[in-house]
Design a protein around this ligand. Structure first.
Ligand SMILES: Cc1cc2nc3c(=O)[nH]c(=O)nc-3n(C[C@H](O)[C@H](O)[C@H](O)COP(=O)(O)OP(=O)(O)OC[C@H]3O[C@@H](n4cnc5c(N)ncnc54)[C@H](O)[C@@H]3O)c2cc1C
Length: 543
């Protein structure tokens, strides 16, 4: 979804913006996706005076369009990339501890059919190796299911040639909410993060980078940020990279969603496309099933990436092939979204699928570093590696840089179980509690306190009001798209529901942000227009 322009700034954001220009910084981070906020957090915890600018909303780029898996990547075993898999599994364990609920174990099924590239025994062996690489932190029992047991648990699954499946555990999250959680932790450690600020160009002299020229997209102001070190964490945006520093290959990945009553599934399931044999997933999330992803080279301006009608057709074909009796059509699709993978180009790789998900750090001219590639799962490690590179240079400039402080510990305080219990005793429905636990993790406790203060017709409506208040006060929400498409559920999983909810949500959000009636109406119609364009591009009709 294109970034919609929110009507105005807030006093708090104005204060932060003024600080960006009037103070000088040890580190300026450009980009507020998962990579940038992780770098800001690591830097602030090492005692660096850190500023971050994001041109859209936090996570508005690739970090809100992933498959939301927190994993080592079973399929990278096929490339014998054991260290990459292991790195992901170590970070998976850390994240499960750091934000329980927001990152949670999920069960996977990997069915095998006659003629598949890998036989059942081989998949089983691969998953066992995957578990072993987790070094004592496998998340549950891995076992083989025969055909009968598999069909008993998923009766609608295609039967022809079905040999059985391997059942195992991995982890999942909500990508935007994870990005916000890390951003929040960075702010708690002292970093200043401002959204809707674009770095127009790098500044400096005598070949040394000393910050960047920044445009305030809400106030039409420009300032210079002075920083001893600058880190570009711009995902698929490459405009600020000095020539010949980084070569990225951007690949579009699309997901679509449908209501889960069409296909009852209680775990994630790996599926093969009947068209090209690529592996994809059907992922039950809340009351939806998400199918994805595609993988197509795409050089579009990253802010404009959209699913195409061909992507939707490809994923529907995958769904109907796997569940032949269901007959899902475009009418059933509730959401469709696409993101660009910022992959580090490797000359010989023919297809984007084969490119490594490793991250890359490139030192530019003195004072400038670029961090790119990688995965949502490995953001903490990426940030640690970058700061380890930057630290000696800052040390030479007299800056005291502490050791990395992100290895262990929670991202923030609060108790998942206490928060869930409070919501339950306030009469909130089980579905709404589950959804909130998956969005807020331990911060559900703070949400439950707010909910008790919210005046509303019923407990679920009170919870929604508390979520909106929290989005504005604690989570930098400035526009209706920030709220409906990234911070709340169903978000992109049900764009039709977001379209319907837009006017009411705009009124509630506008009451916190001081919008006039005109601004409120404009926000609702702008969001609706964006959704209409995205669904039309994906070939999905809006009823
Ligand atoms: C379809 C798909 C599925 C994926 N699934 C998974 C998965 O299941 N698990 C996993 O671990 N990983 C997954 N990934 C990978 C993961 O999502 C990405 O590696 C990660 O989100 C990249 O984050 P980033 O911060 O580097 O980039 P982004 O999230 O794109 O952030 C870059 C930010 O920089 C900002 N920016 C750019 N230029 C400027 C400027 N001049 N001034 C200010 N701001 C600027 C942009 O607005 C943007 O917000 C998936 C990726 C895709 C595309």
């Amino acid at each position: 979804m294109r970034a919609l322009v929110p009507p105005k700034s807030t006093p708090r954001r104005d204060r932060d913006f003024d600080r960006l220009g009037s103070e000088s910084w040890d580190l300026l981070v450009v980009g507020g996706g998962i990579t940038g906020v992780a770098v800001a957090r690591d830097a602030a915890l090492r005692g660096l005076k850190t500023a971050l600018v994001e041109q859209g909303d936090f996570a508005f780029g690739t970090s809100s369009r992933s498959s939301r898996l927190v994993h080592g990547g079973l399929r990278y075993l096929a490339n014998f990339d054991f260290s990459l898999v292991r790195e992901g599994l170590v970070e998976r364990r850390r994240l499960l501890d750091a934000v329980p609920g927001l990152v949670r174990p999920v069960r996977f099924l990997y069915p095998v059919y006659r003629g598949d590239p890998d036989r059942l025994w081989k998949v089983h062996l691969g998953v066992r190796l995957y578990d072993a690489l987790a070094l004592g932190f496998a998340l549950g029992e891995t076992r083989r299911l025969n055909r009968k047991r598999l069909l008993d648990s998923i009766p609608g699954l295609r039967r022809d040639g079905l040999q059985g499946a391997v059942s195992y555990f991995d982890a999942a999250t909500h990508d935007t909410r994870l990005t916000l959680a890390v951003a929040r932790s960075a702010q708690d450690a002292g970093a200043v993060l401002v959204s809707r600020c674009r770095a127009l160009g790098l500044s400096g002299d005598a070949g040394r980078t000393s910050g960047a020229r920044i445009q305030d997209l809400l106030g039409d102001r420009e300032i210079d940020i002075r920083a001893k070190a600058t880190a570009l964490c711009c995902g698929p945006w490459q405009t600020l990279y000095p020539p010949a520093t980084v070569e990225l290959r951007t690949a579009r990945g699309t997901h679509i969603s449908i209501k889960n009553r069409r296909i009852p599934l209680d775990g994630y399931i790996a599926l093969r496309s009947p068209r090209d044999g690529r592996l994809a997933f059907a992922m039950p999330i809340g009351s939806y099933i998400v199918f994805g992803t595609t993988d197509t080279d795409d050089r579009v301006e990253p802010g404009l990436v959209r699913p195409s009608a061909e992507d939707t057709e490809y994923l529907l074909e995958l769904a109907n092939h796997a569940f032949p009796a269901v007959d899902v059509t475009v009418e059933d699709v509730t959401g469709a979204w696409a993101g660009l993978r910022p992959l580090v180009a490797e000359g010989s790789a023919e297809d984007a699928d084969a490119l490594s998900r490793r991250h890359q750090i490139v030192a530019g001219p003195p004072g400038l570093w670029i961090l790119t590639g990688g995965k949502l799962t490995t953001h903490r490690r990426m940030a640690e590696d970058l700061l380890d590179e930057i630290a000696p240079a800052l040390g030479k400039m007299g800056v005291d840089v502490k050791e990395c402080g992100t290895h262990e510990g929670r991202l923030y305080g609060g108790s998942l179980t206490a928060g869930e219990e409070r919501l339950r005793s306030s009469g909130v429905s089980d579905g709404a509690i589950d959804s909130a636990a998956g969005l807020y993790g331990p911060r559900i406790e703070q949400l439950s306190e707010r909910m008790e203060r919210a005046e509303a017709a019923d407990p679920d409506a009170g919870l929604r009001r508390a979520q909106i208040a929290m989005a504005v006060e604690d989570e930098w929400a400035l526009g209706l798209d920030d709220l409906l498409l990234r911070r709340l559920e169903p978000g992109p999983l049900d764009l039709k529901a977001c379209w319907r909810e837009a006017p009411d949500a705009a009124r509630e959000l506008g009451s916190h942000l001081g919008w006039s009636e005109g601004e409120t109406n404009h926000a609702a119609s702008d969001l609706r227009g964006g959704i209409e364009r995205d669904l039309a591009a994906a070939g999905v009709p809006l009823p």
